[in-house]
Design a binder for this molecule. Structure first.
Ligand SMILES: Cc1ncc(COP(=O)(O)O)c(C=O)c1O
Length: 410
């Protein structure tokens, strides 16, 4: 199996090569957004320098070149996630937009008063609010799979909720707060057996581990380019072709139509039916470069690197008596995300003290307010790892945590 040399990979990222700061950057906020390697920055730059034109419209060479880059990116993403066809891959802005697209197209036509949708207590607000809005409009019922105290889903309760015949189950593959890796294959199987469709929020899984939509058999999967070395503003919604064909369009405008009259229109084929207006072709080109970069590193190697590093980080954190760690024990079912608190110090103060050492972590509710309530806290500090995170990062992080504890006399 391929292994990852994170110190070598780190050199691919210009942000880690900056000389201005006397302190090296310890970036432990990749769950919020990743850094981008040189190859991605160059691909975006090259698009605008050498191939910039609007896609799908021009009959001249430059527009055809831009279109080829845009559609080539789609085909590459389809291959990366194992989709049967590039038609099943829709460019959106981010995970949030992908979920909203499903809620406002599939949801509007399929959800009626009294219908049930299952979510979980682990969800990011992105996979909660669109369903709350839909449920309020349609009179639908949201059910929630609870978590046990170790941060893992209660799968027996999941089965009990499935017995109420939900129309849809939507859940995150990996928790952005607790690092829990959910048993998605098994959950999809149970949901399908109960007659429900499944949407997977892949924001924290697709960037970090191999994900194959055919093997998972999910109906929808959505993720963001900016969390996987790609640019901000481009993301993906995967959907099974038959479902996407049956769904009405999301946004209306140019490119998503076939024939337009003053009082009506017909829709373009997949995937363009869901891509109204000028798309982010430069972003798609950057995302393609990111996918090529990740694939060359090997996604299983990326995952194993993070498992090794997070196991070490958690073991060291546990040595500090004033630190509370949330979520499951380290292991293969634990991603490189660690939420914690340091004594009674507010998470924002912890993050500010770490920042003095150029250690960047996130603090707050992480867009998971219901989960914070379940954990009995208003906020946590969160360190999250990626392929360029190293043992040195962990050492600098731990030193800064000890300093915070000293400042607060813990
Ligand atoms: C699990 C999860 N879902 C959804 C999102 C939303 O992603 P975006 O802001 O790129 O739409 C995030 C972002 O942190 C996330 O971690």
């Amino acid at each position: 199996m391929a292994t990852l040399d994170a110190c070598e990979a780190r050199m691919d990222f210009p942000i880690f090569r900056q000389e201005a700061s006397t302190l090296p950057l310890t970036y432990l906020d990749s769950a919020a957004t990743s850094q981008r390697p040189e190859v991605v920055l160059r691909a975006i730059d090259r698009f605008y320098r050498e191939a910039n034109a609007n896609v799908h419209r021009g009959v001249y060479a430059l527009s055809e070149a831009a279109t080829a880059l845009y559609e080539g990116a789609r085909a590459r993403v389809a291959q990366f996630i194992g989709a049967a066809s590039a038609r099943e891959v829709i460019f959106v802005r981010n995970t949030t937009e992908g979920i909203n697209l499903v809620a406002w197209t599939w949801g509007k036509t399929n959800i009626r008063s009294g219908d049930r949708i299952i979510l979980t207590e682990l969800e990011h607000h992105s996979n909660l609010i669109p369903w709350q809005l839909l449920a309020a409009e349609k009179g639908a019922i949201l059910d929630f799979v609870p978590i046990a105290d170790d941060g893992c889903l209660d799968l027996e309760e999941f089965d009990r909720l499935l017995a109420k015949h939900p129309k849809l189950v939507a859940f995150t593959h990996v928790s952005n707060v607790l690092g829990t890796i959910n048993p998605v294959r098994e959950m999809v199987r149970h949901a399908h057996a109960a007659g429900a469709l499944v949407l997977i929020d892949g924001a924290q899984s697709v960037p970090h581990m191999p994900v194959d939509v055919v093997a998972l058999d999910c109906d929808f999967l959505t993720f963001s380019g900016h969390k996987m070395c790609g640019p901000m503003g481009i993301g993906i919604l995967y959907g099974k072709q038959a479902l996407l064909e049956a769904m009405p369009p999301f946004l209306g405008g140019g490119d998503m139509i076939r024939e337009v009259g003053l009082h009506g229109a017909t829709w373009n084929d997949l995937p363009w039916k869901f891509e109204a207006g000028t798309p982010d072709a430069g972003g798609a080109t950057g995302l393609r470069a990111a996918v090529d970069y990740l694939a060359a590193l090997d996604m299983e190697a990326v995952h194993q690197h993070e498992v090794t590093l997070v196991t070490h980080l958690m073991a060291e954190l546990r040595e500090l008596p004033y630190v509370t760690i949330y979520g499951p024990a380290a292991g293969q079912e634990r991603a490189g995300v660690v939420s914690f608190n340091v004594g009674e110090i507010h998470a924002h103060d912890v993050a500010s003290i770490l920042d003095r050492r150029n250690v960047a972590i996130r603090a707050g509710h992480h867009c998971g307010q219901p989960l914070m309530r379940r954990l009995g806290t208003s906020a946590t500090a969160r360190a999250s790892l990626y392929l360029y995170s190293t043992e040195e990062d962990i050492v600098r992080f731990l030193d800064a945590i000890r300093e915070a504890a000293t400042i607060f006399h813990l």
